[in-house]
Ligand binder design. Structure first.
Ligand SMILES: [Fe+2]
Ligand SMILES: [Fe+2]
Length: 138
């Protein structure tokens, strides 16, 4: 795979991490329940760390991280909708990183993406646990 193509994929990842960072930060501000709010806040910091790791890979290969992003979808006004949206974002990331790990032939990039993938799996588990707790308390 050409360097240009790798940079293109990494920039797409970078954009998704930027969106996740902002969506989780905003949702953590408005969630009224303390525990899911704290978890969402902590995970928004993880997503920002993923941005740093990706930016490092991009710049090392001569690219420039793009701060552009799509219109943000926060999920909704209530906790259930926010958690569902956050689980959806994690699942999307898991699918994309899994695929990229298969097709990218750059050892350093694959190593970082594997590390990020592990964290996204943990994030999804954390959000799912909060959603289950919420649904079982109805
Ligand atoms: Fe992430
Ligand atoms: Fe995540």
């Amino acid at each position: 795979m050409e360097k240009k193509e790798i940079i293109f994929l990494l920039n797409d990842d970078f954009m998704r991490e930027l969106e996740a960072t902002m969506i989780y930060a905003q949702n953590s501000f408005i969630m009224e329940d303390c525990d899911p709010s704290r978890v969402t806040e902590a995970i928004s910091v993880d997503e920002m760390r993923h941005m740093w790791w990706l930016a490092d890979l991009i710049t090392k290969r001569g690219g420039k991280p793009t701060m552009k992003h799509k219109e943000l979808d926060f999920g909704g006004e209530n906790l259930q909708e926010m958690l569902e949206r956050q689980i959806e974002l994690e699942s999307e990331g898991i699918d994309i990183y899994t695929h990229q790990i298969e097709i990218i032939d750059d050892e350093e990039v694959v190593g970082v993406l594997k590390h990020i993938l592990d964290e996204e799996r943990r994030h999804r588990k954390e959000f799912r646990e909060r959603l289950e707790k919420l649904n079982s308390s109805d």
